[in-house]
Ligand binder design. Structure first.
Ligand SMILES: Cc1cc2nc3c(=O)[nH]c(=O)nc-3n(C[C@H](O)[C@H](O)[C@H](O)COP(=O)(O)OP(=O)(O)OC[C@H]3O[C@@H](n4cnc5c(N)ncnc54)[C@H](O)[C@@H]3O)c2cc1C
Ligand code: SF4
Length: 379
């Protein structure tokens, strides 16, 4: 069934980031979002099960999809979900396809402010495994490509938010900065960096006292975790993000319809499965992405399992509906209330985290049987 195209998007607001990192929304190509299509057009579980949905709109071009995980359990535990992005980046080095990877993490001199790092070895990539839930403007990626060029790295792989994929692709098409591969991740909600400071306040750790922080620390799926200089450890489960997302979602992110790294070579997201942990949902969108996955598997870096399209869609239906079709009036009002109306200190953090944990235990996760390993050549 083909759905009617939605309205053209409203001009998106400029991202609210720290000074010096302002970009115009046009630069991140929000115009190409084409607008959400209205929730009444969204497929439900029944339409997904019967194949009655607009595949191009929901998924975009995909060659193959898999479940995957890093073969090394230590790498898996350090990663956000299954460690496939990290394993794929390491395979690029092993094949001598790139000189450096640009990915977001923390520099040793500032464990609180995420930034693009120029990672020139598999060890450096491994050290930055994990997700950073904070909006990164295009100007920060540009700063990093210039830094890489200055350091003489001629062949780059870029890991970026879906909205930055067009930026990296544009450079690649123009032959600028030596971009060789673009990897991305699913991106449901993203927040201003203020959210990190809010969570630090809830953890009662001052930014200057942070030794290490992570957004997916602890047993899968992990959560916000901080280690203070005095050795104190505070961790909140992943459910804490649901409240924080609503409070700190940037208007540009709320309007955005990119979800599964549309246009990248390889895209990874969480595989929300009941009974199976630490797995990544992997989409090879291009031949290059597929070959990269093949290379990662050939060197023993990843294990791959079959993934049916309908399982992927079931796992991600709430986010897909919101990103591609919009929020329900109730959720829109709740988000508006937390985002614009309620003073941040008044939000009942622990109570809402608890409710969110209960919701996750009931609503998140698709039941699948035994995983089927993919053995032959990838197609
Ligand atoms: C802001 C954000 C929102 C997300 N939203 C969703 C979602 O709604 N649903 C879902 O299923 N998955 C979402 N993800 C993806 C998920 O958290 C994992 O990134 C994905 O499953 C890949 O896991 P992995 O274990 O294979 O990656 P890892 O092996 O942990 O590798 C992650 C790589 O990405 C780099 N990286 C981390 N954060 C960023 C960043 N912000 N920008 C650029 N590079 C980065 C790291 O340096 C590392 O190289 C989101 C990720 C981010 C960063
Ligand atoms: S939600 Fe959209 S605009 Fe925001 S970081 Fe993710 S892809 Fe970019």
């Amino acid at each position: 069934m083909s759905k009617a195209p939605g309205r053209r998007p409203e001009p998106a607001d400029g991202p609210q980031t720290r000074p010096g990192h302002v970009i115009r929304a046009r630069r991140i190509d929000v115009r190409r979002n084409q607008g959400k299509r209205g929730l009444k057009n969204a497929p439900g579980r029944r339409e997904i099960a019967s194949g009655d949905y607009d595949r191009d709109w929901l998924l975009g071009p995909v060659r193959s999809m898999f479940l995957g995980r890093a073969a090394d359990p230590v790498a898996r535990d350090a990663a956000a979900s299954g460690g496939v992005l990290t394993a794929a980046l390491c395979a690029l080095f092993a094949q001598d396809k790139v000189d450096a990877v640009l990915a977001v993490g923390f520099a040793p001199d500032d464990p609180v402010t995420p930034r693009y790092l120029v990672l020139a070895s598999p060890q450096a990539v491994l050290a930055q495994a994990g997700s950073v839930y904070s909006f990164i403007p295009a100007s920060e990626l540009r700063r990093a490509v210039l830094e890489a060029a200055k350091a003489g790295y001629a062949r780059l792989a870029v890991v970026c938010q879906p909205c930055l994929v067009p930026v990296a692709r544009r450079w690649q098409a123009r032959g600028e900065f030596g971009v060789r591969a673009v990897l991305s991740f699913f991106c449901g909600w993203n927040m201003s960096h203020e959210a990190t400071h809010y969570l630090l306040r809830k953890a009662k750790v001052l930014p200057e006292d942070v030794r290490r922080l992570g957004y997916r620390r602890g047993p899968y799926p992990g959560g916000f975790g901080v280690t203070a200089r005095d050795g104190r450890e505070v961790c909140f489960g992943k459910e804490s993000y649901e409240l924080v997302n609503m409070q700190f979602v940037r208007p540009g992110c709320a309007a955005c319809t990119f979800y599964m790294g549309e246009g990248a070579d390889l895209v990874c997201g969480d595989a929300w499965l009941k009974g199976h942990r630490n797995l990544t949902a992997v989409l090879a969108r291009t031949r290059k992405g597929l070959k990269l996955l093949e290379a990662a598997r050939a060197r023993g870096g990843v294990e791959l399992f079959e993934l049916e399209e309908r399982t992927l869609l079931h796992m991600h239906l709430p986010n897909l509906r919101y990103k591609k079709y919009g929020l329900s009036p109730l959720m829109g009002a709740v988000t508006h209330f937390f985002n614009r109306r309620l003073p941040k200190p008044l939000a009942p953090f622990r109570l809402l985290s608890l409710l969110s944990r209960l919701r996750r235990s009931v609503k998140v996760g698709v039941r699948v049987g035994e995983l089927k390993r993919v053995e032959g050549p990838l197609v």
